[in-house]
Design a protein around this ligand. Structure first.
Ligand code: NAD
Length: 487
């Protein structure tokens, strides 16, 4: 999209990195940020180099000792100031998410509220961080298991929930006594720079939270290569996750990886089909299908295949999409960029040549500005098609008939991904069998796929290593120090 004239007219802000409590200008190259719904230039962020990354890591290292020494309840006080700041700027953050990511406004507001709640939830853990006291095999000895922070954490973020991901990394890292350097996605960095403005308004000690913007290849790579980083917590694609793990291995730096998914939804003949159709449709169109844990493939029992397809057809055909800045009632906004459109076109066209039937959609919408692919429902798919195997990350739903629960579970598990799964049934025995046999980090029963902050969001197989949320997610930011006490 060429917008040169308009760009010159609207002098857009140039954001700065936030290092050691100060906004630091980076001269030289800057990255453009554009609205995916209309191509408008939103601003520029630094394309940070390895030297800038090293400065941010050094600031985080220097601040860590004093931060760790503060009682956890005081660290929690800073998190509460951050959550209050988020609530005070709710409208501004939501607008930024709509503009740079293309989310519909109500969902952007949910994301901002969820981030504020997340900081408060994590703050509640301040008085609950626990070690253990063990008996020893020796006389007059007690063994203590102390929970200690890791040191400095690097948080590398994706674009699909750009604001919530900040909360998910920063909250637990800080509460447990770590300091952090965040690198937002180059697609959606502005909300992170606005978050830094909020942090700067609090009295959080300098160096505890730092932000550097830049490309994955330079800025993200430098963070991952740094021997002064104690853990890289990354959310993004499998491909980048593998690269990060390979790089981190050189220093044996710990990694926490939240990667892609290909979530199966199983619909049995005894399911409430209206509920299943609504939940699966909602799960597929939310954020234009760009959510790691949402239903990407459906296995439905043969006897209700046609009935479910009919209900999904009505819902997909009625899905409203467009520029979310102009209409807050839309179901979904645009895809993030042209590469996403190209990936989806390729997968759907290939599925068609292999025999899939397009029930609804199946084309690029070039009547609208922005990166729009029509909400798409596919039938007559087979399990060897790419659209049933690889992450689509768009509002495309393939539906396949199966003989029953056993086949549905076997096909669900036969995947390189293992993040989330769901089942729709009214039979408790079928549900229990599925929860026993599905090999996934999460299973949603008779509801849409959306995790809770007190749960544990973790992928099996190539969907990741380690997890986030709840007590178990919090403790991923700690290590255990054993003390043998004689006397
Ligand atoms: P991505 O892997 O393209 O990029 C994510 C981040 O990694 C960006 O900040 C990018 O700059 C950085 N990066 C790229 N190359 C790097 C390198 N060599 N070293 C260090 N950093 C590098 O992912 P994306 O397109 O932003 O996000 C979409 C993906 O994220 C999807 O696959 C989705 O399923 C996944 N995701 C997973 C979860 C989860 O919790 N499991 C949540 C949201 C998104």
């Amino acid at each position: 999209m060429a917008h040169d004239k308009e760009d010159k007219k609207n002098a857009q802000p140039r954001y700065s990195n936030f290092i050691n409590g100060k906004f630091v200008d980076v001269t030289g190259e800057a990255l453009e940020v554009r609205n995916p719904a209309n191509g408008r230039l939103l601003g520029h962020v630094p394309a940070s180099d390895a030297k800038t990354v090293a400065d941010a890591v050094a600031a985080a290292n220097a601040a860590q000792g004093a931060w760790e020494k503060l009682p956890a309840i005081q660290r929690a006080g800073y998190l509460r100031k951050i959550s209050a700041g988020i609530r005070a700027r709710r409208g501004e953050f939501a607008r930024t998410i709509v503009e740079e990511q293309g989310k519909v406004q109500p969902l952007a507001e949910v994301e901002v509220d969820f981030a504020a709640d997340y900081f408060d939830y994590i703050a509640e853990w301040a008085r609950r961080l626990e070690g253990e006291v063990l008996t020893s095999d020796r006389v007059n000895e007690t063994i203590l298991l102390l929970r200690k922070p890791l040191g400095t954490v690097a948080g590398i973020l994706p674009w699909n929930f750009p604001f919530f991901m900040i909360a998910r990394k920063v909250g637990p890292a800080l509460l447990t006594g770590n300091t952090i350097v965040i690198k937002p996605s180059e697609e959606t960095p502005i909300n992170a720079h606005k978050f830094a403005e909020l942090v700067a308004e609090t009295d959080l000690p300098p160096g505890v939270f730092n932000l550097v913007s830049g490309t994955g290849a330079v800025c993200g790579q430098a963070l991952t290569e740094s021997p002064k980083v104690d853990m890289v917590t990354f959310t993004g694609s499998v491909q980048t996750g593998i690269r990060i793990m390979e790089t981190a291995a050189r220093n044996l730096t710990r990694v926490n990886l939240e990667l892609g998914g290909k979530a199966p939804a199983i619909v049995l003949a005894d399911a409430d089909l209206d509920l299943a159709a609504k939940a699966i449709h909602a799960s597929r169109v939310i954020n234009a299908g760009q959510v790691c844990n949402c239903a990407e493939r459906v296995y439905v029992e043969k006897s209700v295949y046609e009935a479910l397809l009919e209900k999904l057809k009505v819902l997909f055909a009625a899905t409203r999409y467009g520029d979310p800045s102009e209409d807050r009632t839309l179901d979904m906004g645009p895809l993030i960029n042209q590469a996403a459109v190209d990936r989806i076109v390729k997968m759907v066209e290939q599925a068609k040549t292999e025999g899939a039937n397009v029930v609804v959609g199946g084309k690029v919408d070039d009547q609208k500005t922005g990166f729009h692919y029509t909400p798409t429902l596919l039938s007559d798919v087979t399990s060897d098609m790419d659209v049933m195997k690889r992450e689509t990350f768009g509002a495309v739903l393939p539906v396949m008939a199966v003989s029953g629960l056993d086949e549905a579970i076997a096909l669900s598990n036969d995947s390189e991904y293992g993040l989330t799964s769901s089942i729709y049934s009214t039979n408790i025995n079928s549900i229990l069998k599925a929860t026993r046999e599905l090999k996934f980090g999460e299973t949603y029963v008779n509801r849409e796929n959306f995790e809770a902050m007190q749960g544990f969001h973790a992928g099996r197989r190539k969907s990741g290593i380690g997890g986030a949320d709840g007590k178990h997610g919090l403790y991923e930011f700690t290590e255990t120090h054993v003390v043998y006490m004689q006397g």
